[in-house]
Design a protein around this ligand. Structure first.
Ligand code: FUB
Length: 301
């Protein structure tokens, strides 16, 4: 019997070391995952749904980190609406993305309702993040949400954003200004809703996004150019009644690809209703030989 107890304890320890908890963040309600790989670490920036949210109630952004995709360290609030002097609201800290360039970290922060997209800058992924502009970087329309950034191989950076259409613009090398006109994608990719996430792999450009509504899954399109046109390729994560909203974040880390999104699985453990109290989750993502992506039914549990 003693041997059996030791064996079971050992087995459960091994399981805890290798299997992430689901959803991966359990202590706070998190949404809109924006993972950044830097120095062999995944820095996971998220939106933060307040515990008593009955709709969107979001004041700040959170940071988690991991070196093994299993154990996540909570670094707390990394920035908030108070980081911007020009934001008069106490609600509206929507989906960010953080990008590193030349040793500086740029956190692109959208606020809905026509407030715009601001940018914060830090010398470290942990912050402190400061507003260098004192005004929005983008203030184009009421659709200025969900920024995603691509730095192409030639060094040209692009920002894409928008709901229900995709806008994009060329960012300057300082990453806090842009050149040229704000463009709107001529054809919005099939079933595009919101939450674009753009990356490049083997000379192909990928645009993942919250797809179909509602529920939302994660769909994607591909292109030979950062300017499109984008050809719809299918779903990365199918829409599920278990996951009314969604928002992709995609990375390569230590030889594997991962797709992040959010579910309502944490909330449903406590109440049967769908309030905006979401939970970031993720799964391994696999490519086919032709560069298309294998579809998942849901984040694995
Ligand atoms: O979290 C607020 C908004 O909901 C995001 O900006 C959208 O992508 C959706 O997830």
């Amino acid at each position: 019997l003693t041997f059996l107890v030791i064996l079971m304890t050992y087995a459960s320890t091994v399981a805890q070391e290798t299997v992430p908890q689901r959803p991966i963040i359990q202590t706070k309600y998190t949404a809109d995952p924006a993972p950044l790989v830097y120095n062999d670490t995944v820095f996971l920036y998220t939106s933060h749904d307040e515990d008593d949210a009955m709709g969107f109630k979001m004041k700040d952004w959170l940071l988690y980190s991991s070196t093994d995709m299993v154990n996540w360290t909570d670094h707390g609030v990394v920035a908030s609406l108070d980081s911007f002097d020009w934001v008069p609201y106490e609600n509206g800290a929507w989906a960010v993305q953080c990008i590193e360039r030349n040793g500086k970290f740029y956190l692109y922060c959208p606020m809905p309702g026509g407030v715009g997209i601001g940018v914060l800058v830090a010398d470290s992924p942990y912050g402190p993040f400061k507003d260098p502009l004192g005004k929005p970087l983008i203030k184009n329309s009421n659709h200025d949400i969900d920024p995603t950034i691509l730095i192409d191989d030639d060094g040209q950076a692009y920002m894409y954003w928008g709901n229900p259409m995709v806008y994009y613009v060329k960012l300057n090398e300082d990453m806090i200004s842009y050149s040229g006109e704000i463009m709107q994608e001529a054809t919005t990719p099939q079933n595009y809703q919101e939450g674009p996430w753009v990356w490049k792999r083997n000379a192909k450009y990928y645009l993942a996004y919250a797809s179909t509504c509602c529920p939302e899954g994660i769909g994607y399109a591909m292109s030979d150019s950062p300017n499109g046109p984008w050809e719809y390729k299918g779903m990365i994560v199918d829409a599920s009644e278990k996951s009314r909203g969604n928002h992709p974040g995609i990375i390569e880390f230590k030889g594997k690809s991962y797709v992040f999104g959010h579910t309502y699985d944490l909330l449903k453990q406590r109440t049967p209703k769908f309030y905006e109290r979401r939970a970031v989750d993720m799964d391994v993502m696999e490519y086919n030989a032709d560069g298309t992506i294998k579809s998942l039914a849901y984040f694995s549990v």
